[in-house]
Design a protein around this ligand. Structure first.
Ligand code: UT7
Length: 331
């Protein structure tokens, strides 16, 4: 029997670039509340959200993702042609096919890259980090751009009290490359399809142009809340244990920005030291699903709260019900 060649492996992978794109239009709680018999006070108390941003009519998940990707590549000191894989985590791309990643790679000029999407909803960014780490260390790739991007405002029912105030738009991206020391810990991940109806977008959403009735995301909020609060703390503990560092070594905790009450409950479960900075980007960004972790990372780094090399604990969770967590060193 023949033996085939395998790629020349890389000894380590890590994050070397970070970029974000926040659409211009700020949407207040008062504006959202007017349609759902709610109030600024209720939304702040129950979710932590003070305001969020919505993309313009001319913007898409792919165009925002491309803007974030271009910034991450520049931050890494690379050219778009150095990128060999473009991965996009999203569920609000305009087309069932081709992928958002194909569009992003074209928009940024990543002409040497393969391109594919990740469908893991709010866990998509952390799924992508795990995949990127494996692709690089196996030698299949050298420079990967991983994008989380959502234009959720296109798929919201503005009259739905359970979702209209929580979801929002934006994009974030990182570059993951072969590095000299390991900057991504083992990924702890999973999914429970028996709860697939807990957050769901019905199929006619992708036929929006045909049916003229764009469908909307629906969520059993309390059910998802209980699942996240009940199990993401242990997922984080497992990821931390597998990283080889202690909670006291962490500089920041950057969970998916789902709801500030969920973040606070996980922090309590983890008994994190006071010194660990907790990302609260949801306050001014809302819940941007796959984009929320890189957006929150960018907010912490650009405000000087974290710096290159700092260990941060990441956890993504949402529709699927899918989740993933790992520790990463800040790019
Ligand atoms: O990103 C993917 C993963 N997603 C998540 O992790 C989200 C998880 N879920 C949540 O964050 C929360 O369930 C929500 C923020 C969506 C809702 O908060 P909640 O505390 O679970 O609200 P609830 O559905 O339990 O409703 C509590 C009360 C009810 O009134 P009564 O029965 O106590 O009188 C609702 O009728 O609040 C009322 N209510 C509202 N009031 C004002 C429900 N929605 C609203 C609203 N404005 N929008």
């Amino acid at each position: 029997m023949s033996t085939l060649k395998s790629p020349t492996t890389h000894s380590a992978a890590g994050l070397i670039g970070l970029g974000a794109y926040r659409p211009e239009r700020v949407v207040t709680n008062d504006e959202v509340a007017a349609r759902i018999d709610s109030s600024d006070e209720w939304i702040r108390e129950r979710s932590g959200i003070i305001e969020r941003r919505y993309a313009g009519a001319d913007e898409t998940a792919a165009s925002m993702g491309a803007a974030a990707a271009a910034r991450a590549i520049a931050d890494a000191g690379l050219q778009p042609t150095d990128i060999d894989v473009v991965m996009v985590a999203t569920f609000t791309h305009r087309f069932q096919t081709p992928s958002a990643a194909a569009e992003v790679s074209h928009l940024i000029g990543a002409t040497n890259a393969s391109a594919f999407d990740i469908s893991a909803a709010c866990a998509g960014f952390c799924y992508g980090l795990g995949i990127a780490d494996s692709l690089i260390r196996s030698g299949t790739a050298k420079n990967i751009v991983l994008v989380g991007t959502e234009k959720l405002s296109d798929f919201l029912n503005p009259d739905d009290r359970g979702t209209a105030f929580i979801f929002a738009d934006g994009a974030g991206a990182v570059v993951i490359s072969a590095t000299t020391t390991q900057g991504i810990s083992p990924t702890v991940w999973g999914a429970d399809g028996s709860a697939m109806d807990a957050i769901i977008m019905e199929p006619d959403s992708v036929q929006a142009g045909i049916t003229h009735e764009p469908s909307h995301i629906t969520m059993q909020g309390q059910r998802v809340f209980r699942w996240a609060v009940g199990s993401m703390g242990d997922v984080c503990k497992d990821a931390l244990a597998q990283s080889g560092i202690q909670a006291t070594d962490l500089v920041a905790f950057v969970p998916h920005q789902a709801n500030l009450r969920i973040t606070n409950a996980i922090v309590k479960h983890l008994d994190l030291p006071e010194s660990v900075i907790v990302a609260k980007d949801i306050e001014y960004t809302g819940n941007t699903s796959a984009a929320s972790i890189p957006l929150a990372l960018d907010a912490l780094r650009s405000s000087g709260q974290i710096k290159t090399g700092d260990p941060v604990l990441l956890v993504g969770f949402g529709a699927g019900l899918a989740y993933a967590a790992q520790v990463a060193l800040t790019p």
